[in-house]
Design a protein around this ligand. Structure first.
Ligand SMILES: [Zn+2]
Length: 120
């Protein structure tokens, strides 16, 4: 599947808070991603609103907890060369649009700017 023409915020079903598009990822919704690089104070406020309104978080997100990263969309795992019998590849492929890796520390081909908070 070619995901290069799709907006990652649409793939991840982002919602808007304070003009910033956010998506909850991870099995328990304990990782929030903001699409784009923004003022950390605004991102923290938007993440606090989403976390408390939708995810049941009780504590606010602080600006210094928000990491500036780059994401990329994965349609197979990146360690097995897409072996046909790879269980991890099958799980990733089962998600429409693929999975988003959210911890790249540098920009590169296919990467897009994000900001991340992990409260797990
Ligand atoms: Zn694999």
């Amino acid at each position: 599947m070619d995901t290069t023409t799709r907006d990652p915020a649409d793939v991840m079903e982002a919602v808007g808070f304070r003009g910033i598009r956010l998506a909850a990822i991870g099995d328990d919704g304990d990782v929030l991603v903001a699409f784009g690089h923004h003022d950390p104070d605004v991102v923290a406020a938007a993440m606090t609103e989403l976390g408390q309104a939708v995810l049941g978080w009780t504590l606010p997100v602080e600006a210094d907890e928000v990491d500036q990263r780059w994401g990329h969309i994965m349609t197979s795992c990146e360690t097995c060369d897409s072996k046909p019998d790879c269980r991890e590849c099958a799980i990733i492929r089962s998600h429409d649009g693929g999975w988003m890796a959210y911890d790249d520390e540098t920009d590169g081909p296919g990467r897009f700017p994000i900001m991340v908070v992990d409260v797990s």
